[in-house]
Design a protein around this ligand. Structure first.
Ligand code: SF4
Length: 415
């Protein structure tokens, strides 16, 4: 078994843990933000009657990769439309995608709805209540979301580790090894489980995340206002310029400690507490080019209409609607791109399409988390009607208003 990490990276003193919990919870009670998902509490969820959708489940799924300010409106609309597990289980994927449109990472909404269906059809409408069962039984619920639901909605004394918690814990305990590495993440989970308050686990976890979101922020943290600064090794190190002395404990040997910064990147005093956390350099996003064609016709009362097609039900942007599109090889000449798109449209519509009839409009860049996507946009006006082969993919003609109300991605709205 690997040796336990040096004590300066742990919370080994029960009295200190107790004091930290008290300081953090007192601050949270005074300063927590008023967020709509905090209004629906444990008592509401456990009332008899139709099983309410745990607010924290919906909010946590929406908050993955998305800012609080953006999520609030989506959250309110979602809970108004589907307040119970049963209501969500009966929704169609189309409705879910329509409400989710613009929030990004669409598989999150789809999996939330699949999980609600599973609870209703296979678990007799009863939500699993421990982190272990939530993670095991519900699609789309990972370790973090399971811990958040179990502690906040059902009061289980279990910790959580998200980006905010990683930052706070790495600073509290001067953890400078790659904070994305499995070894460090495991240590942080151990730490979160030691720290979590036994009587108010949900509030404690929210407090730790809130601290990371509002005080212990990535750049320029507000250490002077921090309720746990007396427990923070990074802050003490900033003040004293060297590791805080810990009595009766071996200090980390430079370069040997699995949690210290690598010997090649020692403490940089100009960075202060933001020396922590550290991350290995990210892989650059993959570059992709996609030709897309806005097909336009005159519909009722001569109003323009546009053809949209539905994407496959799995993969990136699953089930969303888009203008007919074709992924391109990199480094194709413009003429060749145009020809490939014309061939694609021709095969799909069963109509001859000349490459030169496609009018180049411009390029649109959209960054997905791991893809740098360039849409090469063309347009084509049609005189007659076109009904693409429905066996290939579902399609429909929409007005501009209908387009905006459809389940289309932000990238397509840019197009
Ligand atoms: Fe973060 Fe500063 Fe508080 Fe330490 S003292 S936890 S670095 S805000």
């Amino acid at each position: 078994a690997p040796a336990p990490p040096p004590a300066r990276h742990l919370f080994g003193d029960p009295a200190e843990v107790e004091a930290l919990r008290g300081n953090l919870l007192a601050w949270y009670d005074r300063c927590k933000r008023d967020l709509p998902w905090r209004a629906l509490v444990r008592g509401d969820i456990e009332k008899p009657g139709p099983a309410l959708l745990p607010a924290v489940w919906v909010s946590e799924i929406m908050l993955q990769q998305t800012q609080v300010a953006t999520v609030i409106d989506y959250y309110n609309r979602w809970m108004q439309k589907w307040p119970t597990l049963q209501a969500l289980a009966q929704a169609s994927l189309e409705e879910v995608n329509e409400l989710w449109a613009g929030l990004g990472y669409y598989s999150r909404g789809k999996r939330l709805q699949e999980a609600a269906r599973k609870v209703v059809s296979e678990l007799a409408g009863r939500m699993p209540r421990t982190a272990e069962d939530l993670q095991k039984l519900l699609p789309g619920v990972g370790r973090y979301t399971a811990g958040a639901i179990a502690s906040i909605a059902y009061g289980q004394a279990t910790g959580v580790v998200d980006g905010n918690v990683i930052r706070v814990l790495c600073r509290l305990r001067c953890i400078g090894a790659d904070s994305g590495s499995p070894a460090v993440i495991d240590r942080l989970w151990d730490m979160a489980n030691v720290l979590v308050d036994r009587s108010r686990p949900g509030d404690f976890n929210q407090a730790l995340m809130e601290l990371g979101a509002t005080v212990c922020v990535p750049k320029s943290p507000l250490c002077g206002e921090c309720p746990v600064k007396q427990h923070c090794q990074a802050w003490r190190r900033k003040l004293f310029g060297k590791p805080a002395p810990v009595p009766d404990v071996e200090d980390c040997g430079v370069g040997d400690c699995p949690l210290c910064p690598p010997a090649t990147e020692p403490w940089d005093s100009s960075l202060g507490v933001t020396n922590f956390p550290r991350k290995a350099a990210k892989k650059p996003p993959r570059a992709m080019r996609t030709a897309t064609c806005v097909l336009e016709r005159r519909g009722c009362h001569d109003a323009p209409e546009y053809l949209i097609v539905q994407r496959p039900s799995s993969g990136l942007l699953a089930g969303l609607w888009e203008f007919p599109s074709l992924p391109l090889a990199q480094d194709l000449q413009e003429e060749k791109e145009r020809e490939e798109l014309a061939d694609h449209l021709q095969a799909w519509m069963g109509w001859p399409v000349a490459a030169k009839s496609l009018q180049f409009i411009g390029e649109v860049i959209h960054i997905f988390s791991h893809i740098h996507q360039t849409y090469v946009v063309y347009s084509l006006h049609l005189d007659g009607d076109v009904t693409p082969d429905p066996a290939l993919s579902p399609s429909r003609w929409v007005t501009e208003d209908e387009f905006h109300a459809s389940a289309v991605s932000t990238a397509m709205k840019k197009v």
